[in-house]
Design a protein around this ligand. Structure first.
Ligand SMILES: [Zn+2]
Length: 292
């Protein structure tokens, strides 16, 4: 999971159309019984979300090019809250831009209609109404006090900094630093086998190449210049994986942020001095071309 930047003040046209407002009025009257019309967040809305989320799931970072079936997830469930059976769901947020997250089918299925919060006493169960008898912005916007005060336990990629809550490891697993991190790992199913494998493969692929070139150099099968050129190439490839539009970019970043754990520690002790030195030179821009 990485932080995603969305302008809550700029909803897609489909969500502010007259017909959508009419749907919203119906939802207010019908609450949990409302038959939600996905028509308003298909097409324009999902297209805008796909661009904002760079064609990846907002929770697990699986890319649609890798087969992720991406859909609109209501961060706060619209028709019920499984954790609180008497709750009608956040029906007034069904067509609310700041409540819509792009999610893959697998994260979405596990999360379902769960929405745990710190303390049930602060759960919001109905909106305050403003002009035209529509809910006020204050009780609709995910970034405003009323909803923030619920203190949700699920991380929101549009509001939370995932790095404060989750830590990714070289073996592909993810650990929680906080209660919110733990709940998010559980309900977004971030420890499913497929994700562990994909995240591990990303690290392993880079490690394998670095190990191969270093070994050739130490066996004197390649000279210093060839070695440096090859290592530079691998670091550059690893750097491309850090870009927000790449799958599992959080893990690619961890490789740079925690080089010791992700890379150096994966080498035999006798080789660690070489791998550290190559990375240091790369960071200084002195690995390749070799300075005179
Ligand atoms: Zn996902």
């Amino acid at each position: 999971m990485i932080r995603v930047y969305k302008d809550f003040d700029d909803p897609p046209a489909g969500l502010v159309s007259e017909s959508c407002q009419a749907q919203q009025q119906k939802a207010l009257a019908e609450k949990a019984q409302h038959n939600f019309s996905s028509h308003h967040y298909r097409d324009g809305t999902i297209g805008t979300l796909r661009k904002i989320y760079k064609y990846k799931c907002g929770y697990c970072e699986t890319h649609e090019s890798a087969g992720a079936s991406l859909r609109v997830d209501h961060y706060r469930p619209k028709g019920r809250v499984l954790d609180v059976p008497i709750h009608d769901g956040y029906y007034w947020l069904a067509y609310e831009w700041s409540n819509l997250v792009l999610s893959c089918e697998k994260c979405n299925r596990r999360k379902w209609d769960h929405f745990p919060i710190q303390d049930e006493a602060s759960r919001v169960s109905k909106p305050a109404l403003g002009k035209n008898d529509l809910p006020t912005q204050e009780c609709c916007r995910a970034d405003r006090e009323i909803l923030r005060d619920e203190r949700p336990l699920l991380l929101n990629p549009e509001l939370d900094d995932p790095d404060k809550h989750l830590i990714f490891l070289p073996n592909g697993t993810v650990q929680a630093k906080t209660k919110n991190g733990a709940k998010s790992i559980e309900l977004y199913f971030l420890e499913r086998d497929e994700l562990i494998k994909n995240r591990k493969n990303m690290t392993d692929d880079i490690l394998e190449k670095l190990k191969k070139h270093l070994l050739k150099y130490l066996k004197r099968e390649i000279d210093e210049e060839t070695y440096r050129y090859a290592m530079q190439d691998v670091y550059e490839e690893a750097a491309i994986n850090r870009q927000a539009d790449k799958a599992y970019s959080r893990v690619a970043n961890a490789l740079f942020d925690d080089f010791e754990t992700f890379v150096a520690a994966q080498f035999p002790a006798s080789q660690q001095v070489y791998i550290r030195q190559s990375f240091q030179l790369y960071q200084q821009g002195k690995l390749w071309p070799v300075p005179n």
